[in-house]
Design a binder for this molecule. Structure first.
Ligand SMILES: Nc1nc2c(ncn2[C@@H]2O[C@H](COP(=O)(O)OP(=O)(O)OP(=O)(O)O)[C@@H](O)[C@H]2O)c(=O)[nH]1
Length: 329
């Protein structure tokens, strides 16, 4: 590690890929010294962030996320945009989060000068992985990437986590036999800014059109998050590269409308504030559990509450009051 954080800051601003990768490694590191360094770097980079289109993508396994991001990302680079692809996958089932695993998933994009692919940090809770991805997103923006794609496989709460850090959240689906809506979680529909039915090619075209109608009806039943935007349903073929440009145009349309009403800026401001509160709560919790007196008394109080000897309110207050003590930590 270099001692001077400015070395990383300048490297990122100079769009030096090696320095970008090293900065992300600091962000992902569990060492307190690295984390402190990463915080300083991010703080200095902050004025250079915010210009990218932040795009979240989710989809069930088999929906064709890699193929889609490969096609979509390649199209964007052909249009002259620089594209960063980050992943949130707390389960890290995919090749242990190794770079090689992700590079082979998107072969063309991986060797594209205009693109940068970074797999999910290989371990940690969803909150921890999300923090690292969010900070990595800011660093990528400072490094001049025009579009940052955050991808998730959609385990647990990861879709809502990704939706809370991007401007636009795209849900990739495929048409199956019968009830199209079976595979989709209701919470995902609620945070979707658009649904895209992939694999609309060959024999599958009419099925994809039928799926599209079903999703349109389902979305129609939900109240949109804003009157400015009703989430549309599109079809595409990531493999045949059809319908991909229309998806980019839709995202631009969204940006234009949401910028005009000031909602995009507000959304980002709210996301930043929510993020601060999240970090604060996480920090407080960590601080609480690190407290030696808490650690000592917690098992006993837990037992007492379980056995009905102490009221939950009394136990909670007793533990919180331990934090007041000067020799608490
Ligand atoms: N016919 C057709 N097949 C596709 C299309 N997109 C992806 N596929 C195929 O679907 C399979 C799964 O695609 P992947 O891109 O690996 O997608 P995924 O299952 O979401 O996988 P991950 O991105 O690794 O999570 C592969 O065999 C692809 O070739 C498409 O538009 N049309």
């Amino acid at each position: 590690m270099f001692k001077d954080p400015q070395y990383y800051v300048q490297g990122v601003l100079d769009r030096n890929r090696l320095m970008l990768a090293r900065t992300i490694t600091l962000i992902e590191s569990a060492l307190p010294a690295h984390q402190e360094m990463a915080r300083t770097i991010i703080d200095r980079l902050l004025p250079h962030t915010g210009k990218a289109v932040r795009l979240g993508i989710t989809g069930v396994p088999g929906a064709g996320k890699s193929t889609f991001i490969e096609s979509f990302g390649t199209l964007l680079t052909e249009m002259g945009f620089r594209v960063a692809v980050l992943a949130i996958d707390p389960s890290s089932t995919r090749s242990g989060g190794s770079i090689l695993g992700d590079k082979t998933r998107m072969e063309k994009l991986a060797v594209n000068e205009m693109a940068f692919i970074r797999p999910s940090p290989s371990s940690g809770t969803l909150g921890g992985v999300a923090r690292k991805t969010r900070e990595t997103m800011l660093v990528c923006e400072a490094a001049g990437f025009d579009v940052v794609i955050v991808e998730t496989v959609g385990v647990g709460q990861s879709e809502t986590t990704v939706a809370s850090m991007v401007d636009f959240f795209l849900v990739l689906q495929i048409s199956g036999a019968g009830d199209e809506l079976q595979g989709i979680k209701k919470g995902v529909l609620e945070v979707a800014d658009a649904i895209v039915i992939n694999k609309a090619d060959g024999d599958n075209i009419s099925r994809a059109q039928m799926a599209r109608k079903e999703y349109e009806i389902a979305l129609h039943l939900l109240t949109p998050a804003t009157p400015t935007w009703s989430p549309p349903v599109l079809t595409c073929s990531a493999l045949k590269m059809t319908g991909i440009r229309e998806i980019w145009e839709m995202i631009l349309d969204y940006r234009e409308k949401m910028t005009a009403t000031g909602e995009l800026e507000r959304k980002r401001r709210d996301q930043a504030l929510d993020w601060m509160w999240f970090l604060l709560k996480e920090g407080l919790e960590e601080w609480f559990y690190r407290n030696s007196k808490v650690r000592e008394l917690l098992p006993e109080l837990k037992r007492d509450v379980e056995n009905g000897k102490t009221a939950p309110t009394v136990a909670a207050i007793a533990m919180l009051s331990l934090l007041d003590s000067k020799c608490a930590i």
